[in-house]
Design a protein around this ligand. Sequence first.
Ligand SMILES: Cc1ncc(COP(=O)(O)O)c(C=O)c1O
Ligand SMILES: N[C@@H](CCOP(=O)(O)O)C(=O)O
Length: 469
Amino acid sequence: MKYISTRGKVAPIGFIDMFLMGLAEDGGLIVPERIPTIGEQELRAWSGLSFQEIMMKVFSYYTNDEIPEADLRKLIEDSYAGFASSDVLPLKRINGSLSVMELFHGPTFAFKDVALQLMGNLYAYVAKKRNEVINILGATSGDTGASAISSVRGKEGIQICILHPNGKVSRVQELQMTTVQDDNVLNLSVNGNFDDCQQIIKELFADLPFKSKYHLRAINSINFARILAQSVYYFYAYTQLSEEERAGGINVSVPTGNFGNIFSGYLAKKMGVPIKQLLLATNENNILERFIREGVYKPEGFRTTHSPSMDIQIASNFERYLYYFCGEDAAEVSARMERFKAEGQLTFTAEETARIQADLSAYSVSNEECLETIRKYEAEHGYLLDPHSACGVAAYDRAGARDGGAFVSLATAHPAKFDEAIRLIGIEQKFPERISELFDKPQRQVVVDNAKEEVAARLVDFYNISDSH
Ligand SMILES: Cc1ncc(COP(=O)(O)O)c(C=O)c1O
Ligand SMILES: N[C@@H](CCOP(=O)(O)O)C(=O)O
């Protein structure tokens, strides 16, 4: 398997080079040269396998034996050994048609741990095997940062710098990132929003001499390895359902912001998971919903919501979807992305919009509906949703297909991470100990302006100081 760019100007590369490149060097996103398909019979045989075994199988289609089987197995086993649930991602039955797949039993209580625990271990592996310098640079609206830091803190040969929007992440998210005292971690708190943070890191990755000099590596979903690891929970969800429930295909509701969570599902479907409805759930930052419903991709005013991790306007993985939508025509993708840059929006014809709607459906959840959904599911089912997972369940309630087949809604975070919202409906929750203990710890972070130059200067200091250790 080789990897190429959605813009067509990166010579095909192997798995580890793809992992290290992160953002494609021509400004596009990396995709596999062809998506392998897994036949129905093989998929059926995966029923009853553990999440780790399914991950092993999916990855074997992509790694080209660049990682020997025994090493890959150990990386995967180590990555999920610390998850609080023995089945890693438990599936909870809520009612006759709805199940919730809990993706938040990793060390930082968010679904990001599913991919990032593995990526942290993979970076440590590559650092050692290939003697590569690993300087991770990432942007977060709260969860990716905490998860990525947790996956590499204190690891030899790796340094990590995370940009988060100052004052726009939850208290627990901020503490998870900034109470880490390891010297290989730098938290920059940017006076701006998540889109600003993401824009800065993308510009730094696009500065190829800077990227190469400082060995910048990506952990965000711009890195195809993230997407691939996330695709595995769609396979797992399918195998966890009974024959009867999954007959004719399953439906999945996916809280998404950067289009990473749902694009992973789109990839899983292309690989062969029988998914009928892939339902995209957003909050009031509803650019993706407008894209699917109206055929207009246009960022509008940024809004602060109860699900701050999805307060995103410019969705990274939109370009990966566009690539497949355009029949893998890199020239067409480049032209459309250039148009987007120049005009600040992309419009699709009615015929194109119908094609988009055949792939994805969408629902955007207002702040009020989000809280109401949390209240309702707690009262009626004794199940406490976090505000992001509540967007997924609200979308199922309002726009989920009811034509048979099981519905799985992805629960992407533990409610304790977003107590600000939970308190608004008068629910007092008990925090897991690993969260309560954060409140007594000292914090370390540097507040910076929303300026690429200032971030670059901080990075140079950080990487140089740590180099001399
Ligand atoms: C808790 C939570 N749910 C859902 C999402 C959406 O994921 P993505 O942006 O990768 O699609 C995020 C991050 O954006 C998140 O942190
Ligand atoms: N919600 C994310 C935003 C970044 O998305 P990513 O999937 O590209 O890492 C976060 O919590 O940081």
